[in-house]
Design a protein around this ligand. Structure first.
Ligand code: ANZ
Length: 792
């Protein structure tokens, strides 16, 4: 078929050429303007990629190619976040080694990623589960340890009874294990923590200058949860109890002192006849997740009375001491003063247990609870003051008496990184015979995962059952020494991978400081909103740590300058996932329509930041558009067509704004519009066509390459530049055509001179008809303005 679109051939040819020319390989040392384009690297699951994954990859590739065309030195690497539970669980199920499973999945992914036609520099590939990589993850842990930022502590941790592993708070979703959906319980264990809280303020401030979606910044701010408050000391019969409050102005309305069930003073404060009930309540709490405990206002709040009382520090009245699980152990001091009239949770609690409710701030409509600040009432000498003024005065009063001090609270917790699982980087710590931890010596890195293990989880790390591991420790460190047997949370692996892409095979160091200085921050980081908090926060913490302690330059403290969150792809309203059985695989679509069509459709499906419902029908339109382009090619001639050029200039101006704001779906509609216009003409202006094709390169790289090679005999990336406008404003101005002083129409004014213009006009049917049989006697021509034809 003449001029038809054979995508199989075109893609094969393109891929071959690109490979041969190594167009995706970046010379990192080149001094040109850099553009570091990064995708959140995938976890290679056995399920492979679906069209939802493609969306982000196609978007980032658009920008990688776009900036290449703009003369930047672009790095667009790809790798695999390959440690983790799914591979281990699959290995248990199929009685194989997780490595086998991972290798197979990596192969599958690699093949699928290749089909995207993206500009991935595979020479920089990393895989976090290889000893070459995890050796440096272990090194990173040791640096944190060296600076006192890795620490072992006994803690009540979230425990998944099915996966038999500890979970970080953020891996517990609605009280359930994020991975397997089992109800999470609590367990006391010795665990390794990274002290991210020491960087809380810096992580907060660092957000200011980032070009990130504002809602992601807000999520991070909320997660860090900084609040300025006051710690107030309440006397009790045994010892003083500190409470943390951000509303000291309401202290006259406090009607109870409430402790978290985990608070150390609970038992000593409980009167003997209340011990049994309190003990039972404390036990029950162990089965409740933090999320359940923080249920919203309005819901009944459980709790038990201790039988004891405290003295209010200002009114000296007695307040009952309660224990309730809505007070959390790891926030503030783990104890609060309950002010039911002005706090919704305290209100529900007071209602559930018939505690008094005292209003101490004026309430406009009189209904409690009322939690806004205002003017104080029922607060003795502080009456009439605003909340702000009262807080200052009451703080001063309490400080003077040694009963209060200003305190900043954070919601952020230290990062629990111990996992009792096999498929992760072994924590590089070795214990001496007395149980004291020591760092594994750098010369002994990588501390390799043992192979003689039974992967089945059993409450301790499977590695603890390895004979070889025990022997290895004794061989290297002496009799009675043993290695830590927990592995690192996989978020540690992904907290520094963007540094490793710059020197992926370096055997001497984790990263190359000079290259880091040249390439960080990442210019565009593309990934899903599910990583808005944890991954991004951990990566920012690690990068900041490295900058603070001089491993990288101070200027590189923030790893990701610009972030783009790609919207989720849904099918029948639900997020695509194998378990829901609503996955659309790219393979058939590629086979039928070609990679370019699928790429285009991924971008066309809706604004990139928004959720998009997948309909396979939509891809047809893109496919037809590509055929149209192929059909236009034979009409391209070396002519100058000012009207076509004017349309191109408009198109270019429009798409450049759209590219700047990630509106790639509308870029495609603009391209369609221009192609439609060109399709109306018999002849297409060659120079315009070439410029147009270059702009299509980032969207439809295979077809653009094919057309470009026909036009120039060369490769698009390398020989072409992002075009500019023709910009001949005068030449493309409209000229009014008059017949005996009467306006009859307009034509483009190519500044061609009077004779040519008259010829042009009198050859057009439209004007011919207006003229009829009349003869032109005289012409009045004002360039750029009018052409007046005078007949006899
Ligand atoms: C008295 C009070 C009166 C409070 C009032 C609020 C309103 P943010 O701003 O989020 O930091 N609180 C303190 N420690 C807590 C814990 N461990 N578990 C549960 N709640 C705790 O919240 C600080 C407020 O949360 C504190 O101020 C305290 O209640 C509560 F009208 O104290 B407030």
């Amino acid at each position: 078929m003449k001029g038809r679109y054979n995508h199989h051939e075109i893609e094969k040819r393109g891929a071959r050429k690109w490979q041969k020319a190594k167009i995706a390989e970046t010379n990192l040392k080149a001094a040109k303007d850099k553009f570091y384009c990064l995708d959140m690297f995938p976890y290679p699951s056995g399920e492979g990629l679906h069209v939802g994954h493609w969306r982000g990859y196609v978007l980032s590739d658009f920008y990688a190619r776009y900036h290449r065309l703009n003369g930047k030195n672009v790095l667009h690497p790809m790798g695999f976040d390959a440690f983790g539970l799914p591979a281990e669980n699959a290995a248990i199920k199929h009685k194989a080694h997780p490595k086998q499973f991972t290798d197979k999945a990596v192969k599958l992914f690699r093949g699928q990623l290749d089909k995207i036609g993206a500009l991935y520099d595979w020479s920089k590939l990393i895989n976090t589960s290889t000893p070459e990589y995890y050796r440096w993850t272990q090194w990173l842990f040791l640096q944190l340890y060296k600076h006192g930022l890795a620490e072992k502590r006994l803690a009540a941790v979230n425990w998944c009874p099915k996966d038999k592993t500890v979970l970080a708070n953020e891996q517990v979703v609605n009280g359930l294990c994020e991975r397997c959906g089992t109800k999470v319980t609590k367990k006391e264990l010795e665990q390794w923590y990274l002290k991210i809280t020491e960087f809380a303020d810096e992580l907060l401030e660092g957000l200011e200058d980032l070009e990130w979606p504002s809602h992601v910044k807000q999520l991070q701010r909320n997660w860090i949860g900084k609040s300025e408050g006051i710690e107030v000391s309440f006397h009790t019969p045994s010892r003083p109890i500190l409470v943390f409050t951000t509303r000291l102005d309401t202290i006259f309305g406090a009607t109870a002192l409430v402790l978290a069930p985990e608070h150390k003073a609970v038992l000593s404060l409980t009167k003997p006849e209340y011990q049994a009930a309190v003990g039972r309540y404390v036990e029950q709490t162990k089965n409740r997740s933090a999320i359940e405990r923080q249920q919203l206002a309005g819901e009944a709040k459980t709790g038990v009375f201790t039988g004891n009382y405290t003295m209010h520090p200002l009114t000296h009245k007695e307040l009952p001491i309660w224990v309730a699980d809505y007070v959390l152990p790891d926030y503030g001091t783990g104890a609060i003063m309950a002010v039911p009239a002005h706090d919704e949770r305290d209100y529900s609690f007071a209602k559930s247990h018939s505690l008094p409710i005292y209003q101490v701030v004026e309430i406009p409509n009189g209904t409690v609870p009322f939690s806004d600040p205002g003017v104080l009432v029922n607060s003795g000498e502080f009456n009439g003051l605003t909340s702000v003024a009262a807080t200052t005065k009451i703080t001063a009063r309490l400080e003077k008496r040694g009963l209060g001090r200003v305190k900043t609270g954070y919601r952020l917790r230290d990062w629990l990184v111990s996992r009792q699982r096999y498929w992760g980087a072994p924590i590089p710590i070795v214990y001496d015979p007395s149980g004291e931890p020591h760092p594994v010596k750098e010369k002994d890195l990588p501390l390799l995962l043992p192979d003689d293990v039974d992967f089945r989880p059993g409450g301790v790390s499977p590695i603890a059952r390895s004979k070889e591991y025990q022997k290895r420790a004794e061989r290297l460190y002496g009799k009675g020494w043993r290695f830590e047997t927990d592995t690192l949370d996989t978020f540690v692996d992904s907290s520094w991978y963007y540094l490793r892409y710059l020197s992926p095979t370096d055997k001497k160091q984790a990263f190359d400081r000079k290259l880091v200085a040249q390439w960080l921050p990442v210019d565009l980081y593309v990934g899903g909103i599910e990583h808005a908090i944890l991954h991004l926060l951990y990566a920012r913490f690690v990068c900041r740590f490295l900058a603070t302690y001089g491993y990288i330059d101070k200027a590189q403290a923030e790893p990701f300058g610009r972030l783009f969150n790609i919207g989720m792809v849904t099918l029948r309203g639900a997020k695509m996932s194998k378990s829901k059985g609503n996955v659309v695989a790219p393979d058939d679509l590629i086979e039928h329509y070609g990679t370019d069509a699928l790429r285009g459709y991924e971008l066309f499906v809706g604004p990139a930041a928004d959720e998009a419902e997948w309909t396979t029908r939509g891809i047809n339109g893109i496919h037809r558009f590509l055929i149209k382009l192929v059909d236009l090619q034979p009409r391209v001639k070396s002519v100058v067509n000012y009207e076509q050029r004017r349309l191109f200039d408009l198109y270019l101006a429009n798409i450049e704004t759209m590219i700047g704001s990630f509106r790639l779906n509308t870029v495609i509609s603009e391209a369609m519009k221009l192609a439609n216009e060109l399709g109306k003409a018999k002849v297409v202006d060659r120079e315009l066509w070439r410029r147009f094709v270059v702009t299509l390169g980032p969207l439809f790289p295979f077809l653009a390459e094919e057309i470009w090679s026909k036009e120039s005999g060369r490769l698009l990336l390398g020989s072409a530049r992002w075009p500019s406008q023709f910009g001949n404003k005068k030449a493309t101005a409209k000229l009014k055509v008059l017949l005996n002083q009467r306006f009859i129409g307009e034509i483009d004014d190519p500044l061609a001179g009077e004779d040519k213009l008259v010829r042009l006009v009198t050859h057009q049917t439209y004007f011919k008809q207006r003229l009829g049989s009349r003869q032109i006697e005289r012409v009045i021509y004002k360039p750029g303005e009018l052409l007046n034809l005078i007949t006899g």
